[in-house]
Design a protein around this ligand. Structure first.
Ligand SMILES: *[C@@H]1O[C@H](CO)[C@@H](O)[C@H](O)[C@H]1NC(C)=O
Ligand SMILES: *[C@@H]1O[C@H](CO)[C@@H](O)[C@H](O)[C@H]1NC(C)=O
Ligand SMILES: *[C@@H]1O[C@H](CO)[C@@H](O)[C@H](O)[C@H]1NC(C)=O
Ligand SMILES: *[C@@H]1O[C@H](CO)[C@@H](O)[C@H](O)[C@H]1NC(C)=O
Ligand SMILES: *[C@@H]1O[C@H](CO)[C@@H](O)[C@H](O)[C@H]1NC(C)=O
Ligand SMILES: *[C@@H]1O[C@H](CO)[C@@H](O)[C@H](O)[C@H]1NC(C)=O
Ligand SMILES: *[C@@H]1O[C@H](CO)[C@@H](O)[C@H](O)[C@H]1NC(C)=O
Length: 673
C-alpha cells in the first residue's frame, strides 16, 4: 500500500516534470510551462519558487537576478553564416507594492555568456555596465520591459518596451500596449499591473526584421506587432549564445516573475498552455463553501449592519480629528497624497514611543502603513503659511519621482491645518553622524565602509544635479542628513525641505538656509543656492567623514571660540601631517592614498571661490580613480573660511538657524530607536 503510493508519487512527479519542461538540446525548440524541476542557470536573486514560478527578483532592495536556459543555442547554421530566424514567447508578471510605481524592469536577452556578474543595476537592467554599455563587443540582443523612466537613457515613459542592441539605449521603443485586430485601435497595457501577460519576440533571417508583441494572457497574438525594426542580428550575435532573462530592482520593491517560456529556432515558438502555468502569489483558487455561506451569511449581514451604524458614529466623531486640508489643485497629485488617518494609524497616533527625532522643522515618527505594511518615517513640519505651498507640493511630488539607490525615497505627503506631513521610506540603520560621533553607542565605521558611503552620496548628488530631468539642488548636505539602510548603504535624505523653509517662514526676506559649517561663502552672502553650493557642503561632508570631526567645533584656542574643520585640515596639510587629520578611531587601518585623495578633494570642493570647485561629475571621476586629482598645493588653498564670511548682521542670523538646524532637525528621518 505504502509502496504503491510512493511509486505513484514518483511516477506522477516524473510525469509532471516531463510535462513542465520539455527541452531538447542544441538549437531545438524548448517549452517551459512553469519551471518546477527545470535545469535553469540562475544567479543573483533569481530562484524558482516551490510552485514553479521563475522569480528573477524578490523585491528586497537593490539587486539583480539572471536566469538562462542551461545550454547555448546555435544561432547560425554554420560559423560565419547568417543568424537564423528565431521566435520566443514568454509569460511574465511584475508585482510591486505600489500600484503605479515600480523600479527598474526586466528583459529577455540573447547573450554570449551566462556570467553577467559585472553588470550594473540602476537603469542598466543587469545586462550592461557603464563601461560596456554601447560597446559592439557585447554581442547582446535584448527586449526590455521597462517600468522606470530614466532620462539618462532617453526612456519615453515609465511603462515602455524597447529593443536593445548592445546598449541600454533602445534601438526602438514604444509605450506598452497592443493593436486590436479588428479596428487597429491601440490599447495601453500597464507592465506593473500584477497581471500575467504574454510577449512574443520574432526575428526573420531574410528581412532581418525584429518584432515584439505583447497582449493580456487571455488574448491570442495580435496581428500587428507593437514594435518592429530591421536590424541585421548577424552582425550582433555570436555563433552560439545563451537565451534568458535579466531583471533588476531598486528602491521600490518589485518582484519580477516569468511563468512560462518557449523558444524555436527557424520555427515559431511552441505555444504555451496558459491553463497549466503556475499561479502568481496571492492568486490562489478561491474556495467556496456554500454550507458555510448559508450559515454565516445572515449572521454576517447582521454584524455588517451593526458595524455600519457604529462606523457612522465613529466617523462623525473622528471627522474633526482626522481633518485634512485639501484643495482643488491637489487632485492632480493623487497617489502621492496620504490620508492623515493612515499616517495616524501608522504611528499609532504619533505616540512618543515612535518618535525618532526632534528638530527645528518638527518631529519625525516611525510607522508602518496599514495597507502595505511598509515601514515609513513620517516627518511633521509645522507650517502655517500657504505661501508657495502649491509650488512646494508640486516639488515634493516631482521629488517623489526621483529614484536613486543613494536617495531616501520620498513616498508622499499629507496636509493639515498648520502642518505638513512628509512620508519617507524608513532607513533602519539611522543617520551617519551617530556613527561618526559615537552617539547612542553606535559602532565606529571602518574606512572601507566610509569610502563606500562617500561614493554613494557623491553618486546621489550627481544624480540630483545632472542625471534627472531638472537640476535639483539639495541645499542641506551633511552627515546627519545621510541615512543608512539595512545594508548600510548611504542615502541622502531631506532634499527640498530647506526650500520650504524659504517659502514658509518669511517670504519677504531670503533666509539663508542650510547648516553652519556647510554654507558656501557666496551662499551666505547672496542667499542663492546652486549646484556649487552643494559641492561646497559635500566637501565639508568628505572632511567630516574622514576626520570624524564636526565641521564647526567650539574651542578655546581661537579668539571667537569656533574652529572650522576646513581650516584645521588645511593647517595639518601645511604642516605636512595630512594623514594625522584622519579619524584616530580608524586606528591606521586605512588606505592612505584614498584618505589623502578624499581629504584633498574635500578641500577642493570647499574652495571659497565657486569656480575653483569641481562639478559632481568630476568628483565622481576623482573618487573612481578615472581622473587624477589636479596637483594641489596647500598654499593655493589657504583661505581661512571664517575670514570670508560676512560678519555684520549675518553671523547671528546663521547661528540662530544653525542652532535649530544642526541639532537633529534632519537627523530624524530614521534614526535609532
Ligand atoms: C543542467 O545544465 C547543466 C549546464 O548545461 C548541465 O551541465 C547539467 O548536466 C544539467 N543537469 C541536468 C540534470 O540536466
Ligand atoms: C564572472 O565574471 C567575473 C568578472 O566579470 C569574474 O570575476 C568571475 O570569476 C566570473 N565567474 C565565473 C563563474 O566565471
Ligand atoms: C569595447 O570592449 C572591448 C572588449 O572589452 C574593448 O577592448 C574596447 O576597448 C571597448 N571599446 C570601447 C569603445 O570602449
Ligand atoms: C496610453 O498611454 C500613453 C502613454 O502613457 C498615453 O499618452 C495615452 O493617452 C494612453 N491612452 C489611453 C487610451 O489611455
Ligand atoms: C546580414 O549580415 C550578414 C553578415 O554580414 C549577411 O551575410 C547577410 O546577407 C545580411 N542580411 C541581410 C538581409 O542583409
Ligand atoms: C495609477 O495610474 C493611473 C493612470 O495614471 C490612474 O488612473 C490610477 O488611478 C492610478 N492608481 C493608483 C492606485 O494610484
Ligand atoms: C543595520 O541594520 C541591519 C538590519 O536592520 C542590522 O542587522 C545591522 O546590525 C545594522 N548594522 C549596524 C552597524 O547597526
Amino acid at each position: 500500500m505504502k509502496r504503491s503510493a510512493s511509486l505513484q508519487l514518483l511516477l506522477s512527479s516524473l510525469f509532471l516534470g516531463l510535462n513542465l519542461a520539455t527541452t531538447s538540446d542544441g538549437d531545438g525548440p524548448f517549452t517551459y510551462t512553469g519551471f518546477a524541476g527545470a535545469n535553469l542557470s540562475l544567479d543573483g536573486m533569481a530562484t524558482v519558487t516551490p510552485s514553479g514560478l521563475l522569480r528573477l527578483t524578490d523585491g528586497n532592495g537593490q539587486d539583480k537576478g539572471h536566469a538562462f536556459h542551461p545550454d547555448p543555442l546555435r544561432f547560425r547554421k554554420a560559423p560565419g553564416g547568417a543568424v537564423q530566424s528565431f521566435s520566443v514567447s514568454f509569460v511574465f508578471a511584475i508585482l510591486s507594492i505600489y500600484p503605479n510605481l515600480s523600479s527598474q524592469g526586466m528583459a529577455f536577452l540573447v547573450c554570449p555568456t551566462k556570467n553577467l556578474s559585472a553588470t550594473g543595476t540602476r537603469g542598466l537592467l543587469g545586462i550592461f555596465n557603464r563601461q560596456s554599455n554601447g560597446n559592439a563587443s557585447n554581442h547582446i540582443f535584448a527586449v526590455e520591459l521597462d517600468t522606470i523612466q530614466n532620462s539618462e537613457f532617453q526612456d519615453i515613459n515609465d511603462n515602455h518596451i524597447g529593443i536593445d542592441v548592445n546598449s541600454i539605449l533602445s534601438a526602438e521603443s514604444y509605450y506598452t500596449g497592443y493593436y486590436e485586430d479588428s479596428q487597429g485601435d491601440f490599447r495601453n497595457i500597464t507592465l506593473n499591473s500584477h497581471e500575467a501577460m504574454k510577449v512574443w519576440v520574432d526575428y526573420d533571417e531574410e528581412t532581418t526584421k525584429i518584432s515584439v508583441t505583447i497582449a493580456p494572457l487571455k488574448m491570442s497574438k495580435p496581428i500587428r506587432p507593437l514594435l518592429s525594426t530591421t536590424y541585421n542580428l548577424s552582425i550582433v550575435l555570436t555563433d552560439e549564445a545563451y537565451v534568458g532573462f535579466s531583471s533588476t530592482t531598486g528602491n521600490i520593491d518589485s518582484q519580477h516573475y516569468v511563468l512560462g517560456w518557449s523558444f524555436g529556432m527557424n520555427q515559431p515558438a511552441p505555444a504555451i498552455d496558459v491553463t497549466k502555468l503556475p499561479k502568481l502569489p496571492g492568486e490562489g483558487p478561491k474556495k467556496h463553501s456554500s454550507m458555510l455561506m448559508e450559515t454565516f451569511l445572515p449572521i454576517a449581514t447582521g454584524i455588517f449592519v451593526l458595524a455600519i451604524g457604529v462606523a457612522i458614529l465613529q466617523f462623525m466623531r473622528r471627522r474633526s480629528r482626522f481633518a485634512e486640508l485639501r484643495e482643488d489643485w491637489e487632485i492632480e497629485f493623487g497617489p502621492h497624497r496620504f490620508s492623515y488617518k493612515d499616517l495616524f494609524r501608522a504611528t499609532q497616533g504619533f505616540k512618543d514611543k515612535y518618535l525618532l527625532g526632534v528638530g527645528g522643522f518638527g518631529r519625525v515618527y516611525r510607522g508602518v502603513l496599514p495597507s502595505s505594511k511598509l515601514e515609513v518615517a513620517v516627518k511633521r513640519v509645522s507650517h502655517d503659511s500657504r505661501q508657495g505651498m502649491k509650488e512646494f507640493i508640486a516639488e515634493v511630488v516631482s521629488i517623489g519621482r526621483l529614484r536613486h539607490r543613494n536617495l531616501v525615497p520620498l513616498l508622499g505627503y499629507c496636509r493639515r491645518r498648520g502642518e505638513l506631513l512628509l512620508v519617507y521610506e524608513y532607513m533602519s540603520n539611522g543617520s551617519l553622524d551617530k556613527y561618526l560621533y559615537e552617539q547612542d553607542g553606535k559602532p565606529s565605521l571602518n574606512w572601507v565602509h566610509r569610502f563606500h558611503i562617500i561614493k554613494g552620496i557623491a553618486s546621489g548628488v550627481l544624480y540630483l544635479h545632472e542625471e534627472w530631468d531638472q537640476v535639483v539642488i539639495h541645499r542641506d548636505i551633511k552627515a546627519s542628513n545621510v541615512l543608512l539602510d539595512a545594508e548600510m548603504n548611504a542615502r541622502l535624505g531631506d532634499f527640498g525641505l530647506a526650500k520650504l523653509y524659504d517659502h514658509g517662514i518669511d517670504p519677504q526676506t531670503t533666509h539663508v538656509v542650510g547648516t553652519m559649517g556647510y554654507l558656501a561663502p557666496e551662499l551666505a552672502r547672496t542667499g542663492r543656492a546652486s549646484p556649487l553650493t552643494d559641492v561646497f557642503a559635500f566637501g565639508v561632508f568628505l572632511l567630516e567623514v574622514t576626520c570624524g570631526r564636526r565641521p564647526v567645533e567650539q574651542t578655546k584656542q581661537v579668539d571667537n571660540g569656533v574652529s572650522m574643520l576646513v581650516d584645521w585640515v588645511l593647517e595639518q596639510w601645511h604642516k605636512g601631517l595630512l594623514a594625522r587629520a584622519v579619524d584616530p578611531r580608524l586606528q591606521d587601518e586605512f588606505d592612505t592614498h584614498q584618505t589623502s585623495l578624499v581629504l584633498k578633494l574635500g578641500l577642493l570642493c570647499s574652495h571659497p571661490v565657486p569656480d575653483a570647485r569641481p562639478s559632481m561629475r568630476q568628483v565622481m571621476q576623482y573618487l573612481d580613480g578615472d581622473m587624477k586629482l589636479p596637483e594641489l598645493m596647500p598654499e593655493s588653498l589657504s583661505f581661512g573660511i571664517q575670514a570670508l564670511l560676512p560678519s555684520e548682521g549675518f553671523d547671528s542670523h546663521i547661528m540662530s538657524h544653525a542652532s535649530t538646524l544642526s541639532d537633529g532637525a534632519f537627523t530624524g528621518i530614521s534614526g535609532g530607536r
